[in-house]
Design a protein around this ligand. Structure first.
Ligand SMILES: Nc1nc2c(ncn2[C@@H]2O[C@H](COP(=O)(O)OP(=O)(O)OP(=O)(O)O)[C@@H](O)[C@H]2O)c(=O)[nH]1
Ligand SMILES: [Mg+2]
Length: 339
């Protein structure tokens, strides 16, 4: 069964005891979508593209010196050394193939090659045997719980019955924070209490989701440092327990990365990927960071696509990642700079 996450759906008799506080009017929101994305990328654009465009629009000759200047800008914008070198290698090849000589023609090639690097869009879809299970992980404060709240709200709005498991039993306040999000999102919360064993809370939650015929179960986990081996082992255990309780689970392993951390977050991500293989990445806090270049590096360095981006703290500030829109927003010309 395939339940589309973003197109409407019927409510299938779900009780709606807590309507999201941020109610949206779909049409105007769609209109504003690109502007919101564009404005949330302002700092990254200033750091990265404005410099790049300045370099490319002066009609310079394409030569090694120019290529190296571009590389420097990309690295400074948190695209990372490895990804920058790969990207620019591809740019050089395309320039050669097309016999380009003037720098004004480079912007298009760079955009194309960024899109190649990002790969196909891979939005989160609910498919397979229900309940569809999503395990959410990441370092402390990355934005896991907030992203879960936003996601739960979207699923609920689209007519899916949503359960959320409070797998973060580490901090007393964690369950309460999740409970508030669940109430806003119209999702049911399965909790085990402070200091309960996370894997056993999650095991119970998978069974509850099956018994209640939920469409989706989202599992919150405590933030953890990638260097803490026992905590990483605990994550592996949660993943295993989910698989024992429900075939194919976890269907999605969503790593939440704080966009303001930049390149360091990728190092952490690689270790999470070893504990539980990641199927997708959500990058949060892209609003207000100049380090958005990290988005370009995720697929190339982790092998998992960026599926979601967070551009604010509100319920509707979560977007499907769409490569073309992202690149267009990143390279958008600032209208305000004209006068
Ligand atoms: N500006 C902005 N803030 C965000 C975004 N996503 C999350 N935050 C904020 O980041 C802070 C941490 O978010 P949480 O969701 O609690 O993070 P967490 O990963 O669950 O944290 P722990 O459970 O403590 O590991 C909160 O203040 C959120 O409001 C985003 O996309 N943009
Ligand atoms: Mg949390």
């Amino acid at each position: 069964m395939l339940r589309n996450l973003f197109k409407g759906g019927n409510k299938k008799g779900i009780e709606q005891d807590a309507a999201p506080e941020v109610e949206q009017d779909a049409a105007p929101q769609k209109e504003n979508w690109f502007d919101r994305l564009k404005s949330s990328l302002t700092k990254t654009r200033n750091r990265f593209i404005s410099q790049l465009s300045g370099l490319l629009r002066v009609g310079r000759k394409i030569d090694e010196e120019l290529m190296e200047e571009i590389e420097e800008i990309l690295i400074q914008a948190d695209v990372g050394v490895e990804t920058t070198l790969t990207l620019m290698e591809n740019v050089r090849e395309t320039v050669k193939e097309r016999g380009l000589g003037d720098s004004s023609e480079l912007e298009t090639v760079i955009k194309e090659e960024i899109l190649n690097l990002l790969g196909e869009d891979a939005p989160l879809k609910l498919e397979g045997e229900s309940p569809y299970t999503i395990l959410v992980l990441g370092v402390n404060g990355a934005g896991k719980t907030t992203t879960i709240g936003k996601l739960a709200s979207r699923f609920n709005t689209n007519g899916n019955r949503v359960l959320v498991a409070a797998g973060d039993t580490f901090r007393a306040a964690a369950e309460d924070q999740l409970a508030i999000w669940c109430e806003r999102a119209g999702a049911e919360l399965i909790r085990g209490g402070e200091k309960a064993e996370p894997a056993s809370v999650v095991f119970d939650a998978v069974h509850a989701a099956k018994n209640r015929e939920a469409d989706v179960l989202i599992v919150d986990t405590a933030g953890r440092l990638h260097t803490k081996k026992p905590l990483m082992d605990e994550l592996s255990k949660i993943g295993r327990v989910m698989g024992q309780a429900h075939s194919g689970a976890p269907h999605e392993v969503l790593l939440v990365i704080d966009g303001t951390v930049g390149q360091n977050a990728l190092m952490q991500a690689k270790i999470f990927n070893e504990a539980v293989p990641i199927t997708g990445v959500a990058i949060t806090k892209l609003d207000g960071t100049a380090k958005g270049g990290i988005v370009l590096a995720v697929k190339a360095e982790l092998g998992a696509p960026v599926k979601l981006i967070g551009i604010g703290e509100k319920l509707d500030d979560l977007r499907d990642f769409a490569g073309t829109d992202f690149v267009e927003a990143l390279f958008a010309v600032e209208e305000t700079a004209e006068t």
